[in-house]
Design a protein around this ligand. Structure first.
Ligand code: TRP
Length: 331
């Protein structure tokens, strides 16, 4: 019997940050350790192409993401780890699914809608700066998910809609041609799906408020000390809810440490001391991976070899699946 597939893709558009780590990478790594499932993890480089159109950057980002996942503990002997662009079968399915997907479904996709809304606010043409890659982004994502028959898709909150769209597209296909695709489910870490950034808003590259995962210790400390706090005195009692520092701390500290910190907030603690402690727990967890990351980035051929081997395994699954689809549509 085949194990259920857990699959996720990461778009290489820049150095991943702590928000990505907590929201997507960490839960996905946890699932990768589950022996009851077949893990499939890939670098969604073709998804990045609609925004990264500099050859060097495009190439560099892929290595950065791959090295990040490997450094954080993804084991390529247990999960299939590959580059999206190495799986040409996905692109064939992408076209087939495009022909079954109503245009209206794409009009409602939030990344496209957000762009249109922003254009309208600036009195620009609704579709200014929108390429077809952005517009049909969810279809390629559906192809990524459906071809290897993924059951579970760990994603950040902002990607839930895309997984739902993949489900809708799978349903259209199944209704038209008979049961073919497994309906995928999104998996989102429940408690703190939104990690606040330096300014308290959601940590996001577009807000420029991120803490990168492998910042060197001095830089990491500097970033943490930039986290915005209120003007309360060290002796003032503080609220843990809505405290950016507390939310960050909670993700990296042990249960006892969190309990102790809650007590200290209640009694009163200086923000400087909180920041010091946040730095301590982050650095504790990231120190080793940072070292592995740096080593991998110095040996990119090692990364290439791992991704090539992953692509071979992924294609072995995707090829027969595509043949089945083609047969069903009458090719
Ligand atoms: N769209 C996802 C993101 O921006 C990346 C991605 C591409 C993905 N294909 C996927 C995620 C398939 C999960 C499954 O983060």
């Amino acid at each position: 019997m085949n194990k259920p597939v857990v699959l996720t893709g990461v778009k290489p558009t820049g150095v991943p940050h702590i928000g990505n780590y907590i929201g997507a990478i960490k839960p996905a790594l946890k699932m990768a350790k589950n022996p009851e499932m077949q893990g499939m993890y890939f670098i969604a480089d073709y998804h990045a192409l609609n925004s990264v159109q500099d050859r060097k950057e495009f190439n560099q980002y892929t290595y950065e993401i791959a090295a990040t996942w490997l450094a954080l503990g993804l084991d390529p002997s247990k999960v299939i780890f590959y580059r999206q662009s190495d799986i040409s079968e996905t692109l064939e399915l992408n076209w087939i699914l495009s022909c079954l997907t109503p245009k209206g479904l794409m009009n409602r996709a939030h990344a496209y809608k957000a762009k249109v809304d922003a254009n309208k606010l600036e009195n620009l043409d609704a579709d200014a700066g929108v390429n077809m890659g952005l517009y049909t982004y969810p279809i390629l994502m559906a192809a990524d998910i459906l071809l290897p028959q993924a059951s579970f898709v760990p994603v950040g909150k902002d990607q839930i809609q895309h997984v739902e769209i993949a489900r809708d597209i799978a349903t259209y296909f199944n209704n038209t041609y008979g049961e073919t695709f497994t309906l995928p489910n999104h998996v989102v870490q429940k408690e703190t799906a939104v990690i606040p950034g330096l300014d308290g808003r959601k940590m996001s590259k577009s807000y420029g408020n991120t803490i990168t995962i492998f910042a060197e210790p001095a830089k990491l400390k500097k970033l943490i000390f930039k986290v915005v706090t209120d003007s309360s005195l060290p002796t003032d009692s503080k609220k843990t809810e809505d405290s950016t520092l507390f939310l960050l701390y909670k993700e990296f500290a042990t249960l006892e440490e969190v309990k102790e910190m809650e007590k200290r907030y209640l009694e009163g603690i200086g923000w400087g001391e909180v920041k010091q402690k946040v730095f301590y727990v982050l650095n504790r967890e990231l120190e080793k991976p940072r070292q592995i990351y740096n080593e991998l980035m110095e040996n990119p051929t090692k990364i290439d070899d791992i991704l090539k081997e992953g692509a071979m395994k992924a294609r072995a699954l995707c090829k027969p699946a595509l043949e089945d689809v083609k047969r069903k549509i009458g090719c």
